[in-house]
Design a protein around this ligand. Structure first.
Ligand code: ADE
Length: 248
């Protein structure tokens, strides 16, 4: 089963990277159907206006509701199972691996990235009552628009779709993946040559002892998590920690 992704934006050319690499190949294989739409196609004035000054005053401009509603209505049409509508905004709920997994189970996502100070809030009120609407943030920083956030989310979701990654295990081992490594960051990785500029690959990785290697990787993951994301360690299920974990 393939996933359909629609994106409505005033910068359709921003999404050229979705033709490259893993996501580009997924599209070629028919696993992902991406359709990008120009929001201005749903304006009716010569200037193709999508923004106006904010009520109540303040800096910047706000995106007008009419082009968005016409665009969303045209894309959704009379679909019996409408898409999940995703509006990227720094004031949204956090986009995490959990949310990516949730989206990967959806047959159809519609992204509505905004420029300027955002979209007139009545659009979210209107579609929040008609579609499943998510306002999501990809992190605690402010981008110039939601387009880059959509690229991030499509890549995070796309690589989770069945058939997109060659090796399904690499998804299970991801940092933040549910399971034994829950809330642990992945440790360092090595490849050939065994010695490079006098630096050796940790000998245990060449030992062939799979139990010892797994233990070493878990130790490294615990150390890295403690160093970079100590708050994640506190979230670990204490029942999943063994004596060795505590010693690390
Ligand atoms: N638009 C601007 N900043 C954003 C962010 N951090 N996440 C999602 N959308 C955004």
């Amino acid at each position: 089963m393939s996933m359909r992704v629609d994106i409505i934006s005033i910068f359709p050319e921003y999404f050229a990277p979705l033709s490259v690499s893993l996501i580009g190949k997924a599209r070629q294989k028919g696993l992902l159907d991406v359709r990008v739409h120009q929001l201005r196609d749903w304006t009716h004035d010569v200037h193709r206006t999508v923004d106006d000054t904010p009520y109540g005053g303040g800096p910047g401009m706000v995106m007008k509701p009419e082009p968005w509603s016409e665009a969303i209505d045209a894309v959704v049409g009379a679909a019996a199972s409408p898409p999940r509508l995703v509006v990227p905004t720094p004031s949204g709920r956090p986009f995490t691996q959990r949310v990516a997994l949730e989206y990967a189970g959806e047959p159809w996502l519609l992204f509505a990235p905004a420029r300027y100070e955002g979209i007139d809030a009545r659009v979210m009120a209107e579609y929040g009552s008609r579609l499943r609407l998510d306002e999501v943030s990809i992190g605690d920083y402010v981008l110039a628009g939601g387009e880059a956030a959509v690229l991030v989310m499509v890549e995070a979701v796309g690589r989770l779709l069945p058939g997109v990654l060659g090796n399904a295990r690499s998804v299970a081992d991801d940092s933040f993946a549910p399971g034994a490594m829950a809330a642990l960051l992945e440790g360092p990785v090595y490849t050939k040559p065994p010695v490079w500029r006098g630096r050796e690959v940790p000998p245990i990785l060449l030992s062939g002892n799979h139990g010892a290697i797994a233990r070493w990787r878990r130790d490294e993951a615990l150390r890295r998590t403690a160093a970079h994301r100590p708050e994640l360690l506190a979230l670990l299920d204490p029942d999943l920690l063994d004596k060795r974990d505590r010693a690390v």
